[in-house]
Design a protein around this ligand. Structure first.
Ligand code: ADP
Length: 310
């Protein structure tokens, strides 16, 4: 089983408006409210791709209940740790071809919740073959909290796919607790190294041999329409993907994480792992709804993805 962890989930609200008027009333008819957060996208894609997945993380209040009922509607198993605070709303206003976002920071986790979650988590992971952790940490948790969670997984020999950025990722990379795979996109990689990154293979090879990444078996740098550049141990791969009609690429990285995790669980070859991850990312980009893939288009796409050792 795969456990997909979202530490700071949200209810994502979308308000489509023809014209967004400031300092007055805007009335919306087609509101959508969905269970959001990167790890929940991962869980949704895994479920659609036929994996056995459990969604977990921290959740609280009536929005937390809404998320759990949405997961049940989608037939996704879940086991969340309940916190005192309220799970957040994240609002996207879609207007004049633009997207204005209002993102609540979310609940503040208490010290007692911080401690109790780790015991709950140590018990939960006994069921997993592999885990994925996605997104930011909620306020109140120390920046090295992913490191603590990965240490618990390492003790039980459970591999972790980590898709986070900023300080929480930096702390993990600087620690002894190593994830099996990380999936930064180019911007996240540049932020991590504090410099701009050229996306030719020689520069990427050089960047990925930075000692910062020592001990991380897989580094998958996703590059949107340009596919991905990958380091697995000391082998480098360029993943080339076909041009496709894109409807909404938001969440493609999460779909890629889902695909990589599923193929890793199935102990597939490097080529299969990378093809599966990229195809799920592309399938997400072809759909309107974030974290959705139409598996009927899978076999046509996978034939057109190339993985080349470079
Ligand atoms: P993130 O959402 O984390 O920024 P990317 O945008 O790199 O991640 O997308 C992850 C993967 O999804 C890519 O490696 C690619 O396979 C696929 N993908 C994303 N955007 C596109 C696109 N515009 N065209 C084709 N494939 C895409």
């Amino acid at each position: 089983m795969i456990i997909s962890v979202t530490m700071n989930p949200s209810v994502d609200i979308s308000y489509p408006l023809e014209n967004f008027k400031l300092d007055t009333v805007n009335r919306v008819t087609n509101t959508t409210k969905t269970a959001g957060g990167k790890g929940l996208n991962v869980a949704r894609v895994l479920q659609q791709a036929g994996a056995n997945v459990l969604a977990s993380g921290m959740i609280g209040g009536h929005l937390g209940e809404f998320i759990q009922s949405e997961l049940e509607n989608n037939k996704i198993s879940h086991d969340f740790f309940t916190i005192n605070g309220q799970t957040r709303n994240c609002i996207a206003i879609l207007h004049e071809g633009k997207q204005t976002e209002i993102l609540e920071k979310g609940p503040i986790i208490s010290e007692s919740e911080e401690e109790r979650f780790l015991s709950y988590f140590a018990h939960l992971i006994t069921q997993a073959d592999i885990l994925s952790f996605s997104g930011s940490l909620p306020a109140g948790l120390p920046e090295d909290y992913y490191e603590k969670m990965i240490s618990l997984c390492n003790k039980q020999h459970k591999p972790v796919v980590l898709d986070s950025s900023g300080t929480s990722l930096q702390k993990v990379l600087a620690s002894k607790a190593k994830p099996l795979l990380i999936k930064p996109n180019i911007e996240e990689l540049a932020a991590l190294l504090g410099k701009s990154i050229e996306n030719d293979s020689e520069s990427l090879k050089h960047v990925l041999t930075n000692p910062l990444f020592n001990g991380v078996e897989w580094i998958v740098v996703s590059m949107g329409a340009d596919g991905a550049f990958v380091k697995h141990f000391n082998t480098f791969y360029q993943v080339t993907i076909p041009q496709i009609d894109v409807t909404n690429p938001v969440g493609s990285g999460d779909a890629t994480v889902a695909g990589l995790t599923q193929a890793l669980e199935m102990q597939q070859s490097d080529e299969e792992i990378l093809k599966h991850g990229n195809v799920l990312g592309m399938l997400n980009a072809q759909e309107k709804r974030t974290g959705h893939v139409n598996m009927q288009n899978y076999s046509a796409l996978i034939k057109r993805v190339q993985v080349k050792e470079v």
